[in-house]
Design a protein around this ligand. Structure first.
Ligand code: AMP
Length: 218
């Protein structure tokens, strides 16, 4: 892969996290998931976690000020200087503009922005059925991907599984609304800059990865 600095845009349940993990495993480019960072802050009981817990559990967006500060700090770390896959950031036009300014100030340039496109009507089933291994994070789904042996993680043998608190029907609706209102305008924002590629996310996970790799390797 020639490109190193990537943004994945897509609705909740669209497969950004899954694809970012595949790309991370294959190319060694670090996945930066703002959702994961915030969930870790909540689990650790930090001040940030306390501030964002109710917002995340209600399906709304955390303030631009908090998110921009958080991502800037992360992008200055040594481990991401050579590349990153942003998963879940930016989510608003203000975040995207702040990111552009920040990258310019630090002589960094985005290589690709990939929109993973999945119709709204498929997302609720995708999200409400998903769960993951508590130990290694491997993702599963009630309808599409159960562990081969019931109750035992295929990857690590773990036996404890969790579901995200915000992966319920009510909250998903709010999250989809937030995506459609606040995040989808980013698609034309990046189209204007000329670095947007659209990926059909409504196909087998491996095919989605293949399409992404074709764009990144082109
Ligand atoms: P995700 O894991 O990407 O679905 O994110 C889970 C939740 O974290 C979202 O529903 C938001 O509440 C919050 N969040 C993650 N990234 C952002 C962001 N860039 N801006 C605002 N809120 C965010």
């Amino acid at each position: 892969m020639k490109v190193k600095k990537i943004i994945l845009i897509g609705p909740p349940g669209g497969g950004k996290g899954t694809q970012a993990k595949h790309l991370e495993a294959e190319y060694g480019t670090i996945q930066l998931s703002t959702g994961d960072i915030l969930r870790e802050a909540i689990s650790s009981g930090s001040d940030l976690g306390k501030k964002v817990k109710d917002i995340i559990e209600g399906g709304g967006l955390v303030s631009d000020e908090i998110m921009i500060g958080l991502i800037k700090e992360r992008l200055l770390s040594n481990d991401v200087k050579s590349g990153f896959i942003l998963d879940g950031f930016p989510r608003t036009i203000s975040q995207a503009s702040a990111l552009n300014d920040f990258l310019e100030e630090n002589s960094m340039k985005l290589d690709a922005v990939l929109e993973i496109n999945v119709p709204d009507e498929l997302l609720i089933e995708r999200i409400t059925g998903r769960f993951s291994c508590d130990n290694c994070g491997q993702g599963y789904h009630d309808s599409f991907k159960l562990p081969k042996l019931e109750g035992i993680c295929d990857e690590c043998g773990g036996t404890v599984f969790t579901r995200r608190k915000d992966d319920n029907k009510e909250t998903v609706k709010t999250r989809l609304e937030a995506y459609n209102k606040q995040t989808s305008p980013l698609i034309s924002f990046y189209k204007k800059i000329g670095i947007l590629s659209v990926i059909d996310g409504n196909q087998d996970i491996k095919l989605v990865t293949k399409c992404i790799k074709e764009v990144l390797d082109a």
